[in-house]
Design a protein around this ligand. Sequence first.
Ligand code: HEM
Length: 204
Amino acid sequence: MASMDDSCSALAPSKLDLAARAYPSDLHHRDCKQSLNDDIEAWLICFISSLNLRYSSHSKPPHDATLLVVEQRLRRPVSPHLSIYRPQITWVPSMLTRITGVALSGGLYLYSTAYLLSPVTGWDIGSESLVAAFSSLPPSAQIAVKFGIALPLVFHGFNGVRILVWDTGRLFTNRQVNWGGWMVVGTSGIFALLLALWKSDDEV
Ligand code: HEM
């Protein structure tokens, strides 16, 4: 492994350079300052890489230009993405449809897998036990649990239908997309609440 001295010294600004750039002509003052900063940064990156490489199995020389480029890329600012957009009724429901689709399927997969494994794990998660556990909750908690499950399901279903209608080329003007978005939000909320409050004849 090359030591820091042989590998990075080529990048370190010489004393002569430093002295020359410490007293630049007015004309080149800014350029020299920038180029000195660049040299010092390159040397620092090289020095840090050489420290890391002491513990690495790679024997790549730390002054390798590719390595420097990779190190510099790691320090680049990350461009903003979703956070720069104002939340709008045109795109938020589409995003929520994907999130609710993944959450619903994830829950289904998790429960199904746990149910299949229950003879091995000994977990009592059959429908009878779930009903018994649910009945033991206070009414307000029952409504909250039902609403929490109904809302993503109803919203995903309603907006899913809207997305399928878009695929036929209908309801796709800006006005219709705005109006349809609010319709889905409103009807999903109302429908989920009705489902949460609804009691079958068997329930007391
Ligand atoms: C009325 C019932 C439903 C309708 C009409 C419907 C419709 C749709 C549509 C149109 C999409 C595509 C969305 C897009 O292009 O971005 C979608 C995605 C998806 N749906 Fe459904 N869906 C329904 C119910 C369900 C249920 C019950 C589940 C799971 C338990 C589910 C899971 C998913 C998943 C995982 C995706 C993919 C999400 C993604 O990554 O984009 N859907 N659904």
